[in-house]
Design a binder for this molecule. Structure first.
Ligand code: SF4
Length: 581
């Protein structure tokens, strides 16, 4: 089945910010953490937060009844007096997660109320955001949920109208028309959040281009329900599902294509699981060959065979860049080593995979026995091949294998652990990305130099930097896509430490720097002309980043495979160049 994922699907800025605040608070502080009301309207995410010690508090405790702990205000915001009561309750810290856009609406309401205007809020009276907004009107707030309720309002002389940030544009417009008809001039503030506008516009566009729409999100979430309503009003069948288990496969198989969108409180991993299930449905009338070819490609990605093949390709490119004949033994070491480390590390550190790559996690769990066995055999095969290359390559790969396997294992002694807050090497911020890039660079660039026994310093350094930057960019880029899952398990990846925007700038600088280096090296006589051809995979990596960041393709097995094919491309270009020369 063809699946199209809406670019706007998933957490909006406000919800993501509140989640990040809650999770970073949970990782940094062992004490009690309570959110005042559910952080988001999604039961699965709330269960998960409870597992992290972040519990929901429905009522504010009486003054002085708490002895410390942290209270978190969710993205919807609260009445000003509730903030005060939280402080008086005795929490040692009150973290305000109110979305900055909701804060702006609160400010508009306060200003209007202070100059004596009546503030009409278009929204659901019981919604916590609206409850908070109304309280900022200092007794001058009135709530209407639709145009019919305007007639019930008392006579008003000065009217200011605002909207709940997730209100539908059509309802808001109709209410404003009614208000103007009844009260004459109305000061209108269209406070519907831009994220809501975009999400609603996109679902309408998507519905016109596919045979059906699946909306993923909590059934209690207002904005999720509104998306499903909009999709069904467009005449296409719409399915509101909380998880992939709710999908009606028989009915969906009758459709050729589906669009997927999600409410502002739906995390990425839940969307990914639904997308995966939909992709596995063969629509009635769908050609068998493309369906099975795409399944084979996904299998190669999930089983790590594709990325291991990429390491083999990089070894060929790196050997030829250093003007050595690529040897089958070196290619075998790279393939087996990378396969073994990727597979075994997944089983040693499964938690993040459940959120970041549910698709792969499910695949690996299903074939656990075979994959662990093949991972161990591959590690042995890599060491055996290294022994054939000499003592130094053997010892080097042995040490790297041990470090690779110990990476996720708690090796830090408890006393030191308590002092530095690190249990294993993986807890060192950014260590996963840096260590993966270093390991690849040693395997694909240093080993060929060691195996030959002599090397040209500049071309060896260039090959090392080429592998290091390519793999660093690949991993850091996937880390950007995986931020939600990494935050949940408390991984400090580079985007979590630096922030997404800085990480992207860093990746751009690395890509441009590497391309310049490859362009200049042959001109200065420091590397063969092959360096020019190797700019193409660098450009391929950059292009995939643009494609994924702009939402032109869904993150998942297919896009990961396309990223990794750039390593294959490097090997293919190098072989072609060698044959042509
Ligand atoms: S929908 Fe908009 S206003 Fe509401 S929390 Fe999300 S970003 Fe903030």
């Amino acid at each position: 089945m063809k699946v199209r994922l809406a670019r706007t699907a998933g957490f909006c800025m406000g919800v993501r910010r509140a989640m990040e605040l809650a999770l970073t608070t949970a990782h940094g502080r062992p004490g009690d953490i309570h959110t005042y009301g559910p952080l988001i309207h999604n039961p699965q995410v709330l269960d998960l937060l409870a597992g992290k010690g972040i519990r929901v508090m429905d009522e504010i405790p009486p003054p002085g009844s708490r002895q410390g702990g942290t209270a978190i205000i969710r993205a919807h915001g609260v009445p000003p007096e509730d903030k005060q009561r939280l402080k008086q309750a005795g929490f040692s810290r009150v973290v305000d997660g109110t979305c900055p856009r909701v804060v702006k609406v609160q400010a508009i309401i306060r200003r209007a109320a202070r100059r004596g205007a009546a503030v009409v809020i278009v929204g659901d009276a019981d919604h916590p955001e609206v409850v908070g907004l109304k309280a900022h009107a200092e007794g001058r707030g009135l709530v209407v949920s639709g145009p019919a309720e305007v007639a019930d309002l008392p006579p008003l002389s000065q009217v200011v109208a605002v909207a709940q940030t997730t209100q539908s544009q059509a309802t808001f417009t109709r209410v404003i028309e009614e208000l103007e008809r009844r009260f004459g001039q109305v000061e209108v503030h269209d406070t519907i959040c831009e994220a809501t506008h975009r999400r609603q516009d996109e679902v309408l566009r998507l519905a016109s281009e596919v045979d059906g729409v699946v909306v993923v999100g909590g059934k209690q979430s207002g904005n999720t329900k509104r998306l499903a309503q909009l999709a069904s009003q467009s005449g296409r069948p719409a399915f509101l599902v909380e998880t992939e288990a709710d999908l009606d496969r028989a009915q969906l198989a009758r459709l050729g294509s589906v669009g997927v969108t999600a409410g502002a409180s739906t995390p990425n991993w839940m969307i990914k699981k639904v997308v995966r299930e939909l992709g596995a449905i063969r629509s009635q009338g769908q050609a068998r060959l493309p369906f099975w070819l795409s399944r084979v490609f996904r299998f190669l990605v999930r089983s790590q065979v594709l990325v291991a093949g990429g390491a083999a390709g990089m070894t060929v490119a790196s050997s030829l860049l250093q003007e050595h004949q690529p040897s089958l033994t070196l290619v075998g070491v790279a393939f087996f080593y990378i396969y073994a480390m990727h597979i075994l590390n997944h089983f040693l550190d499964k938690e993040a995979g459940q959120y970041n790559e549910p698709d792969r996690a499910q695949f690996l769990a299903k074939h656990q026995g075979f994959l662990i066995g093949s991972g161990v055999l591959s590690a042995v095969a890599a060491l055996f091949l290294c022994a054939m290359l000499g003592t130094v390559p053997f010892v080097l790969v042995l040490v790297m294998s041990a470090l690779g396997l110990l990476y996720s294992v708690p090796v830090i002694p408890p006393r030191l652990e308590r002092r530095i807050g690190i249990h294993s090497l993986k807890d060192i911020p950014g260590s996963k990305t840096i260590s993966a890039a270093l390991a690849w660079a040693v395997i694909v660039a240093v080993l060929p130099a060691l195996a030959v026994g002599g090397f040209h310093p500049f071309s060896a350094a260039l090959a090392f930097v080429y592998a290091l930057v390519m793999v660093f960019v690949r991993c850091a880029f996937f880390d950007i896509l995986d931020v939600q899952g990494d935050l949940i398990v408390g991984k400090e990846t580079i985007p979590i430490v630096l922030g997404e925007a800085k990480t992207r700038r860093l990746l751009l600088a690395l890509i441009v720097g590497l391309a310049l280096l490859l362009a200049l090296a042959p001109l200065l006589g420091l590397a063969p002309a092959l360096a020019w051809a190797l700019i193409l995979p660098v450009a391929g990596l950059a292009a995939m980043q643009v494609v994924l960041m702009r939402g032109l393709m869904m993150p998942g097995a297919a896009s990961e495979g396309l990223v990794d094919l750039n390593f294959w491309l490097a090997g293919a270009l190098a072989l072609t160049w060698a044959l042509a020369n």
